[in-house]
Design a protein around this ligand. Structure first.
Ligand SMILES: O=C(O)c1cccc(C(=O)CC[C@H]2O[C@@H](n3cnc4c(=O)[nH]cnc43)[C@H](O)[C@@H]2O)c1
Length: 224
């Protein structure tokens, strides 16, 4: 089946990609056993996520990939416990350090560090979630290989990527695998911690997993 042009009457089959089983299970609880959704825990980081997504897409026909999980939120955009729907998926540290600052892969001319999302579905999902979540943000979600641990790095990322709402470690990997097969992609993150100084005591992973679960009925309704 061509995911960009599925038969008109076929139900949308969605592949949900998380990093760890706890995220996968939270999403599945919220989806209530829907047969249209498959969820995998592909592993932490962009490489594991890309490999896991590519293998799943090779093994089954999906019309959409949704990357889901917990994430760090940029203070100006996404508070603890909020949900973020990606307007764009960006590999924030894919490029080169230069005396004049960071130079992205795009600026280097070696490809792109950005994967566009399914804009129509992303906008509808963000709107629909507003009726069911404490706070919903719509903005770029960054993919990093190193979790930000200082205010200086958080400020640098916020300046490099204006409007960036959240930071995770898998989005660009899974989204690149989806793009490679022509499958549209979304990223949905629940904010477990602020992006900035390392403070494990500030984490609210349980609340974030509950927010992911609570988004399930909205995913069922919007992603048809
Ligand atoms: O040890 C730390 O200080 C620390 C701080 C934040 C996150 C981690 C992780 O190892 C989480 C990795 C896992 O969770 C996602 N995640 C959650 N918060 C963040 C974040 O602030 N920045 C990047 N990724 C985050 C991520 O997608 C991974 O799957 C450790």
């Amino acid at each position: 089946m061509n995911p960009m042009n599925p038969p008109i009457d076929s139900p949308l089959r969605v592949l949900v990609v998380t990093a760890v089983p706890a995220e996968r299970d939270a999403v599945l609880r919220g989806l209530g056993g829907s047969g249209r959704f498959e969820a995998i825990a592909a592993g932490v980081g962009p490489v594991a996520s890309a490999i896991g997504t590519a293998k799943a897409l090779a093994a089954g026909d999906y019309g959409l990939v949704v990357i889901a999980g917990i994430a760090g939120g940029f203070a100006a955009e996404a508070p603890l416990g909020s949900l973020v729907v990606a307007s764009e998926i960006v590999a924030a540290d894919l490029g080169a350090e230069t005396p004049d600052g960071f130079c992205s892969l795009d600026e280097l001319g070696f490809g792109t560090a950005r994967v566009p999302v399914d804009e129509g579905r992303a906008a509808r999902l963000a709107e629909a979630l507003k009726g069911s979540a404490r706070a919903v943000c719509f903005g770029p979600i960054l993919t990093v290989s190193t979790v930000t641990g200082t205010a200086a790095t958080a400020d640098k990322l916020a300046a490099l990527y204006p409007g960036a709402a959240a930071e995770g470690m898998e989005g660009f990997g899974a989204a690149s695998a989806a793009r490679d097969r022509g499958v549209p992609v979304l990223e949905l993150r629940a904010i477990s911690n602020p992006v900035g100084p390392r403070d494990r005591g500030a984490w609210r992973i349980g609340d974030a997993l509950q927010a992911l679960e609570a988004a399930g009925p909205v995913l069922l309704e919007v992603l048809r």
